[in-house]
Design a protein around this ligand. Structure first.
Ligand code: 13P
Ligand code: SF4
Length: 357
């Protein structure tokens, strides 16, 4: 007879209840471009979500889902959903034996840095990030040797090795406030060149004369949104609000009505009365808003992150049942402790505002 884990037998009543739960959650979200979730689609994934949720209890696991992963992960199996800052707080405070991070590898690494006692796994070991992949620890050491008087700040979209070399880590939600607070005039900021340009513009607006030196990484999702598309959308949709992430170019940021973290963007859309929104970010965030703010209208424009889209319910189930070595996050303890210092400094310097999930 097969074991419960290999072949769970859910009753028809359990499957129906789960299908209905999923349908209630997902019915306003797209399951494919321009196609909404239907009852049959929810029935198809119900055995997967039931089995994953059963394994979570059996294994004392929690699933953290970044807002860019698909809604069936966020609402089907996720325990915590949100932006990088919110999820790093949840990872730090997690009491569970296992953390499954449905996001990308640098996020799972951050969870391991903050919760070393937990087994941290990632559904796809190849879920990189063009920003994190653009900078090495050696690259930061070189920048430090050239600018020894500078504070070294890393965006959370960086490897543990890079975080270990930095004075403080930041996220898109606290970057301006943290950089503004640092006593040094000169700041080395890695790895996002466009965010560095946005920091320069914001600090200038605040009257600060800090010098920002950056490396050359960009986010392949946010670096090529087009000003002409904003102009065209504004002409076609009067009253439109344009919402962007600080990984976009400064030209896009200047043309947007709101620029902020994924959590900030969600809050802005939910609390802003406007007939239409153009979301210059990853489409997963639009999926979350379709679920949580179904009365809002989105006119497209979002892009897919190929790394975030490597996550799936099937991979979450596989990684919970039998993780491969490339799906398990392991870190040298000395490196982990040094990386933890830069993240703990971030927690200390982040203004105490309510954190968005
Ligand atoms: P947030 O910190 O705003 O969630 O962004 C993470 C990310 O990868 C954006 O591309
Ligand atoms: Fe990295 Fe950009 Fe994908 Fe975010 S959206 S994970 S920054 S590649």
């Amino acid at each position: 007879m097969p074991t419960a884990t290999n072949s769970p037998a859910f009753t028809e009543a359990e499957l129906t209840a789960e299908t209905e739960r999923l349908f209630r959650q997902l019915l306003t979200a797209d399951c494919a471009p321009g196609r909404k979730w239907d009852y049959e689609g929810c029935r198809r994934i119900a055995p997967l979500t039931l089995e994953i949720n059963r394994l979570k209890k059996e294994q004392d696991a929690v699933i953290l889902t970044h807002s860019y992963v698909e809604p069936e992960l966020v609402y089907g199996v996720g325990d915590f959903k949100g932006d990088s800052y919110y999820l790093s707080l949840q990872a730090r405070d997690a009491k569970a034996k296992k953390i499954v991070f449905a996001g990308v590898v640098f996020m799972a690494e951050t969870a391991k840095i903050l919760s070393p006692q937990a087994t941290v796994v990632v559904p796809d070991g190849g879920s990189g990030c063009s920003l994190a992949d653009s900078m090495t620890g050696e690259g930061v050491r070189w920048l430090k040797s050239v600018y020894p008087d500078a504070a070294v700040v890393c965006y959370i979209n960086s490897t543990a090795e890079v975080k270990a070399e930095c004075d403080v880590c930041v996220t898109s939600g606290n970057v301006y406030d943290i950089v503004a607070q640092l006593p040094q005039r000169r700041i080395v900021f890695v790895p996002d060149r466009l965010m560095a340009e946005n920091i320069r513009a914001e600090l200038k607006r605040r009257g600060s004369d800090k010098e920002i030196i950056s490396s050359d990484g960009t986010c392949i999702v946010h670096d090529h949104f087009d000003l002409a598309a904003i102009r065209d959308a504004r002409a076609r949709f009067p009253g439109l609000k344009v919402v962007a992430h600080p990984e976009c170019t400064p030209e896009i940021a200047a043309a947007a009505d709101y620029v902020g973290s994924t959590g900030g963007m969600m809050k802005y859309v939910k609390t802003t009365a406007a007939p239409y929104f153009l979301m210059l970010t990853e489409c997963g965030l639009v999926g979350r808003l379709q679920v949580e703010a179904p009365e809002k209208h989105f006119i497209g424009g979002c892009q897919l992150c190929p790394y975030m889209k490597l996550n799936s319910l099937e991979k979450v189930l596989q990684v919970m049942k039998a993780p491969r070595p490339d799906q398990i996050i392991t870190l040298d303890e000395g490196l982990r402790r040094r990386a933890a210092r830069s993240i703990e400094r971030m927690f200390e310097l982040t203004p105490a505002t309510p954190v968005q999930g």
